[in-house]
Structures are given as structure tokens and as C-alpha cells.
Design a protein around this ligand. Structure first.
Ligand SMILES: *Cc1c(COP(=O)(O)O)cnc(C)c1O
Length: 460
């Protein structure tokens, strides 16, 4: 390609100026929507009919491309920030974090090394250190923002196994033929997925009648598997119910046995920022590693998981990639985020949260998280009072699981489809103990009691 051909894309010309302005204008409008449309997916066939043919040798131009996105592609994506989006775990990025995500993109920052991204890495670390202090982790703890909880859990477990391997070698022990990670049956699917990637076994410890994992159950599994266990995982808020394990009990057992203790708080650990919720999370300070996803309950855009280690040096030795072209970076004692997880090139994905926290202050975050917890309680009480509806379990965080008496899965699905078709809300059925159930996952401060009761009104 000649440099003049390359110039069409990179030079500041009237064309590229229009492109940037059009894109930012659309971003501005979308970020400031008063009423975010819920929208819904289209079939591959419909999208083929409406949106194919955009990739051509000459390009279709930014005006047409943006129009295609705004009018066809974007409406074919459910808005996860709609206040009636209550499925899975919704997203509720603050306006500040959304807007700043555009800045991260516009700045072409390399967030993998101190040498290249010092300013961004410093700001991300301010957030990570604040979180670490909130969770009671000691000075010297640190970590990195990775893509999501799945990569965060995998990276932490890889570090744990690396530490266990090295310790076995130091103590002259033969490593086990199969390494084992211990968690509860209620642990997130990403733990089993990490185990599959790592080719290790999962041993599940029994939970109590409330779905919580305790130290005694973990101790029994440790008795059975002995030195083969390289990590114990407690969940700080299960995804389906928001159940918080007995973290202190599990952590104490892991400590006593000298096994790595990981806390998966992808969804729920944010609740620990609320003072009155802190007792429920006692024991987090025992963690060797933990995760919490800002894209879940810390009002940041997709995608970001804060992964924090008690001893970051252990992560460095597990994850630092060695290559001749990287020697100039890895040879220095700098803080290089790439070296703490499974990744090399990385977006400075913690910056939108940094900007929003810096703008609004931590008190606003605590209050907004507390709003979700209170709303979950209120709507749970309302559900209990309504004929034909009943709670499956009392909510602990901001997830409310309930049933409509007499309904089959087909009834729930038809109702859910109708709700989305009418652009009212997005609530998909879940299941518990082989029973189909409904679930409200509340994250957005724009989700109101009235909106939720209006949804309950349709369950007739
Ligand atoms: C969501 C979730 C994960 C996975 O996080 P992703 O960001 O979706 O990869 C892991 N653990 C728990 C408890 C979760 O709620």
C-alpha cells in the first residue's frame, strides 16, 4: 500500500474529520438517551436481508455505515442498560464511565506495561488498591483489570497451581498425578471451565440447606484429596441467587491446610462496599486472590474484572511471558499489568471505572449499590404478599428468585417472549432444583419498584 492510500484512513482530512464527528455525535446521543429502547435480537435471516453487503473493496462510507448501525444493527441488540433488563446480570454503566470509555478508545493507550502506559496503569492501580483496602487485603496486594470474571478466575487458579507446583518441588514432594480445585456445587460455571482448560479436576464440597459452603464441608474434601488440592474457591454472591458462602469458615480451613484461597466475587463482592453488608463477607481478607467485575455491580461498561492478589509476585512468576522482543520490558522491575494474568496486549479497561469513581466519589457508589439491595428486599416482600407468587429463597443481595404457582417452563417462556416482544422488560426463566423459576437481577439504579410491580402484574 502506498502512503497516500494509507493517508485516506489516518490523515486529518475533511473526510476523516466527518467520520470522527459523526461517530462521536452518535456516541453522544446514545450515551444521553433519556429512554433507552429495550430492543431485541433479529434472526440471522432478517439481518442477512437488512444488513448484508457492508464490506466492499471501496467502502460504503461512514455515513452509510453509521446509519446501518443505528437503524438496523443496534436495535438488534438487547440494551443491557435498560432498567427493565433483569436477566442474567444486567449492566448499568454510569454516564461518566460510558463517556470515558470513548476516551480510552480515542487515546490508543497500551495498558500492558508501565513503560508504555504508566499514567493509565497508575490510575487503574489507584482503583485496585482502593478495592483491596475495602476488602481488607493487606498492603502490597495488587492486581490487574482483565476482560471478565472467567479470565480472572482462570488467571488466579493458574497462579495458584503454579505456586503449589513450586512448593511441592521445594519440599521435595512428587506432584500429584491430577491437581484438584475445591469449590461448591453452586460455584460459577467458569470454575469448571477453568479446570477444563487447566486439565485439573474439580471436587465439589456440599452446601448447607441455604446453598452456602462452609469450612467443615471443605475440610472433608481436603481430607479426601490431600496434597492434590491446589486451591479452594468460595463464592461471594452466587450468580443465580446471590448466596454468599461462609467465606471466613472456608478461608480459615484453606489457611490451616496451606491451600490457596480464592474468592469469586464477580457479581456480589461489590456489596461489601455497603457498610451494613460487610459482616456477610467476613473472611475475604484471608484470600490469596479474589475477583470482582466492575461491569456487573460497579457501574462500568463491558468488559472489566478486577483481579487482586495478596502476593502479586506469585502471579508474575506464573504469567510473565518471555520473548526476546519483550526483554526490554520484562527485564525491568516495573509494574506491568500484562504479567499478572492470561493476556499480553491489553486495553486499559479499568479507566472508565477510575474516571467515574474519581468524578462521583466512593459514597455515591456505596449508595447506588445499597439501592439495589433495598429494592430487592422490597420487591421480595411484594412477591410474598401476592396470591399465586412465592419466593424460592429470601434475597441476600440484589437477586430475587420466585415462582408463579402452576406454571410450566413453556408458560414462563411464552410470558418472557411476550414481555420482550412488547418491549416491556427482559426477564428470562431460570431454574432451581429442576424447577423453572423467574429471577430479577437488579443492578440499575433506574430500575424502580413501580417497574417491577408492573412486571408482576403481567404474571396472571
Ligand atoms: C458472572 C460471573 C462470573 C463470570 O464473569 P464474566 O465476567 O461473565 O466472565 C464468574 N463468577 C461469578 C460468581 C459470576 O457471577
Amino acid at each position: 500500500m502506498t502512503s497516500s492510500a494509507a493517508d485516506r484512513m489516518h490523515a486529518i482530512s475533511a473526510d476523516t474529520r466527518h467520520t470522527v464527528e459523526d461517530v462521536l455525535e452518535y456516541a453522544r446521543r446514545r450515551a444521553l438517551y433519556e429512554d433507552v429502547p429495550l430492543d431485541k435480537p433479529l434472526t440471522p435471516r432478517d439481518l442477512e436481508r437488512l444488513a448484508s453487503g457492508s464490506i466492499t473493496p471501496e467502502g460504503i462510507g461512514s455515513r452509510r455505515a453509521i446509519a446501518l448501525f443505528e437503524n438496523v444493527l443496534a436495535p438488534a441488540c438487547v440494551s443491557t442498560d435498560h432498567p427493565g433488563y433483569l436477566s442474567f446480570i444486567p449492566s448499568a454503566p454510569s454516564k461518566a464511565s460510558l463517556a470515558f470509555d470513548v476516551v480510552v478508545s480515542a487515546s490508543a493507550i497500551y495498558g500492558g506495561s508501565w513503560m508504555e502506559g504508566a499514567g493509565a496503569v497508575y490510575a487503574e492501580n489507584e482503583v485496585l488498591h482502593w478495592l483491596a483496602r475495602e476488602f481488607g487485603m493487606p498492603a502490597g496486594s495488587g492486581g490487574v483489570f482483565v476482560q471478565g470474571g472467567t479470565i480472572g478466575n482462570l488467571s488466579a487458579l493458574v497462579t495458584a497451581r503454579d505456586a503449589a507446583r513450586r512448593r511441592a518441588a521445594e519440599e521435595g514432594r512428587t506432584p500429584p498425578s491430577r491437581w484438584v480445585v475445591v469449590c461448591s456445587a453452586e460455584a460459577h460455571s467458569s470454575i469448571a471451565s477453568a479446570a477444563a482448560v487447566m486439565d485439573v479436576d474439580v471436587a465439589t464440597a456440599d452446601v448447607d440447606e441455604n446453598g452456602r459452603l462452609h469450612g467443615e464441608a471443605v475440610a472433608r474434601v481436603l481430607d479426601e484429596h490431600g496434597d492434590a488440592v491446589f486451591a479452594v474457591v468460595a463464592t461471594g454472591g452466587t450468580t443465580n441467587f446471590g448466596i454468599v458462602d461462609d467465606i471466613a469458615g472456608v478461608g480459615a480451613v484453606a489457611r490451616e491446610r496451606g491451600v490457596w484461597f480464592h474468592v469469586d466475587g464477580a457479581y456480589g463482592l461489590a456489596a461489601m462496599l455497603v457498610e451494613r453488608m460487610r459482616p456477610a463477607f467476613a473472611g475475604v481478607e484471608l484470600a490469596d486472590s479474589l475477583i470482582v467485575d466492575p461491569h456487573k455491580w460497579l457501574f462500568a461498561p463491558f468488559d472489566a474484572c478486577a483481579l487482586i492478589y495478596r502476593e502479586p509476585a506469585l502471579a508474575l512468576s506464573a504469567h510473565t511471558q518471555k520473548a526476546e522482543y519483550l526483554d526490554t520490558i520484562t527485564g525491568k522491575p516495573d509494574w506491568n499489568p500484562s504479567d499478572l494474568a492470561i493476556q499480553l496486549t491489553r486495553r486499559a479497561r479499568g479507566l472508565p471505572l477510575w474516571f467515574s469513581l474519581a468524578t462521583h466519589g466512593t459514597a455515591q457508589y456505596r449508595a447506588t449499590i445499597e439501592y439495589g439491595i433495598d429494592l430487592a428486599r422490597r420487591i421480595a416482600d411484594e412477591i410474598e404478599q401476592r396470591d399465586g407468587l412465592s419466593l424460592v429463597r429470601d434475597p441476600q443481595l440484589s437477586v430475587v428468585v420466585f415462582r408463579r404457582e402452576g406454571w410450566t417452563l413453556a408458560d414462563y417462556e411464552a410470558w418472557s417472549d411476550r414481555l420482550l416482544e412488547e418491549q416491556h422488560a427482559f426477564v428470562v426463566p431460570s431454574s432451581h432444583a429442576d424447577e423453572p423459576v423467574l429471577r430479577f437481577a437488579i443492578i440499575s439504579p433506574l430500575t424502580t419498584f413501580e417497574l417491577l410491580t408492573a412486571i408482576l402484574d403481567t404474571l396472571v
